[in-house]
Design a protein around this ligand. Structure first.
Ligand code: ASP
Length: 610
């Protein structure tokens, strides 16, 4: 960084001063981190974005000393002084500027400050509410400042990789028509066309497809997307994606491009080499082996389907569930034999909170005599020896392990045991911190039962909603008859999952207006409704459309993982809370009556705050 980049007022950044500057007169400015009075003089730690340096007002520098006595934490000051070596024994090896200090000849107060609502330090306990209310203070903390810098660096690497692969950045509108991505829309009523409304884009999906019709061939955008969802998980109503689309290519182009991009980001931001190609797993295999379409591959512990083992069982619960067409899924926890009865009961409660009737378990023990291990379990007395042997063989459990059993409808049992797999690994410290396990999850189902959807407007006559979005191409073998086998049909969609977190979704698209209409029809969108909602896309498809595909990695989650944070709120400058509020600006807020009338809107009365 050149010196001029510190601004006209300063000669150096506070954190850049080193032994080589000793003897130089410098002007620095920033926030007073701490102040200590000592032996007639005063010490200030002065902080700016580049770091922190110690400033000394000596007893003989009377004006500077007077100012140094006056200032308090977080005042903004301008300091002119001479860099000098700290006396032997007073050096601070932990601080990059720890060999030097600035002997102030003048200290000018640029701005006084109230006592900050919390100390500007990492690792302190502050309620998130207070942090978000005073986010401008929170962002002064080194960790958050670093997170924003990593975010900026990541975006710049992304842009470089995209541009060097021939993609061009094109902006798409924020005031537009609804784009279905499975959430509710945020609406913006129109003043100039009373009774009508824009929607904020859930993604630029339809525009990027039309850019392919337009011949752009390779488009990207760092795009803000808006989805009005119930914010139970770590989600934000507005978030950022790298959105991209390419023509005349297929899955392999997307895989190669994304892998090259992640390799570049990991190398530059973390200094780590990622092995490529990333493994690929079929959606169905992921559900079967890990009980999730976001498998965390940092640890093993695969699920085992015990349908065959218990085919003729006398264990009442299993018999009932299997008889009704359900599944019994098991999971071995290595070393789980040391869990106490109470811990097993707690896991059972955990499963009940997730809607399970219960959770059976057993511990593999060495036999008192004989040579095959036994399973100590409240259920064992009903299990035959062959069943016990089958459980051990299928789960791979050995002496000292615990085995958990979940039973119910297949989908439910898998998801329950998949969630248990993650929770057990977490609780037992089985997840290595420094591993990056990327995986492509491919060939997902074309549709999910509508009951699984968050969006009340999504339910269709057939009771199905798209697993990705309705613009996704069916797998070739389902092109002719996906309507007849909606529960079996798969698509040419793909997700990138990293350490159990979904980082990106995308797909090869439908590029044929008739096929697109068939998908709409199946989803309960008549030709007239399709014309009304998506006529612009279908019309575009009449004018020469190249085969195309794309993907959209979420930037917030990506940066979160790069920064080792647990929440995307830590990598967004001004995030919203779980209830969608911005505590700093107090948005959303009641709106001025006259302005509302002007746009033809009347808000429902606010519910009384309880
Ligand atoms: N539009 C999709 C999304 O936002 C991504 C894609 O299919 O490219 O999830």
């Amino acid at each position: 960084m050149s010196i001029t980049s510190y601004g006209a007022m300063r000669s150096h950044g506070a954190g850049t001063l080193r032994a080589e500057h000793v003897g130089e007169t410098v002007t620095i400015a920033g926030w007073v981190d701490t102040r200590r009075d000592h032996g007639g003089g005063a010490f200030l730690d002065l902080r700016d974005r580049s770091g922190l340096v110690q400033v000394v007002a000596d007893p003989d520098a009377s004006d500077a000393l007077e100012a140094a006595h006056r200032v308090r934490s977080e005042w903004v000051v301008l300091v002119t002084g001479t860099v000098r070596a700290r006396p032997e024994g007073m050096r601070n090896a932990k601080l990059p500027t720890g060999d030097v200090e600035v002997s102030a000849s003048s200290i000018e107060v640029l701005s006084a400050a109230d006592t900050p609502p919390f100390p500007i330090e990492d690792g302190i306990e502050v309620s998130e509410e207070l942090r978000l209310r005073h986010r401008y203070v929170d962002l002064r903390r080194p960790r958050l400042a670093r997170n924003l810098a990593v975010r900026s660096q990541t975006v710049s690497i992304i842009r470089r990789v995209m541009e060097s692969n021939g993609f061009i950045d094109v902006e798409t509108p924020q005031l537009t028509r609804p784009t279905p991505e499975g959430a509710r829309d945020f609406l913006v009523p129109s003043r100039l066309q009373p009774g009508e409304s824009y929607a904020l884009p859930q993604s630029p999906q339809l525009f990027k497809q039309l850019l392919m019709v337009a011949g752009i061939e390779r488009y990207y955008q760092i795009a803000r997307c808006f989805r009005d969802e119930n914010l139970r998980a770590d989600r934000q109503p507005e978030f950022t994606q790298l959105d991209l689309e390419l023509s005349f290519g297929d899955e392999e182009d997307i895989y190669a491009l994304m892998e090259a991009m992640f390799v570049e980001i990991w190398r530059e931001v973390l200094g780590e080499d990622l092995p490529t190609p990333f493994p690929r797993i079929r959606f169905e295999d992921s559900m079967r082996r890990f009980g999730s379409d976001k498998p965390d591959l940092r640890f093993a512990m695969e699920l085992a389907d015990l349908g065959e083992v218990f085919a003729d069982t006398e264990v009442g619960v299993f018999k009932g569930v299997l008889g009704a067409g359900g599944a019994v899924i098991a999971l071995a926890l290595p070393g789980g034999g040391k869990l106490t009865r109470r811990e097993f009961d707690e896991w059972t409660e955990w499963a009940k909170r997730r809607g399970a009737k219960g959770l059976a378990w057993g511990v593999v023990e060495a036999p008192a005599e004989g040579d095959t291990p036994t399973l100590r379990s409240p259920l064992t007395k009903f299990m035959s020896d062959a069943e016990v042997a089958g459980v051990l063989a299928t789960t791979g459990a050995t002496v000292g392990d615990a085995v958990f059993f979940g039973a119910g409808p297949l989908r439910f049992a898998r998801q329950l045991m998949g969630a248990l797999r993650n929770a057990l690994a977490e609780a037992n410290d089985m997840i290595p911190d420094s591993r990056w396990e990327f995986v492509w999850v491919v060939e997902p189902p074309m549709f999910d039962p509508a009951a699984d959807s968050d969006d009340p407007t999504a339910a269709t006559a057939e009771g199905w909603v798209p697993n990705h979005h309705p613009f996704t191409a069916p797998a070739p073998e389902f092109l002719d008859d996906f309507e007849q086998r909606p529960g079996e049909a798969t698509t040419r969609a793909y997700d990138i999952v990293l350490n159990g977190t979904e980082l990106a979704s995308g797909s090869v698209r439908i590029h044929d207006a008739e096929l697109q209409r068939r998908v709409f029809r199946f989803l309960g969108i008549s030709d007239e409704a399709a014309e009304e909602k998506f006529g612009f896309l279908l019309r575009g498809f009449n004018y020469g459309v190249p085969p195309h595909c794309g993907i959209a990695p979420g930037l917030d989650r990506l940066v979160m993982l790069l920064c080792g944070e647990d929440s995307i709120r830590e990598v967004i400058a001004f995030p919203k809370t779980q209830t969608g509020s911005d505590l700093m600006t107090d948005a959303p807020a009641p709106y001025d009556e006259i302005a509302l009338k002007d746009i033809g809107l009347r808000l429902a009365p606010r519910p009384a705050k309880g």
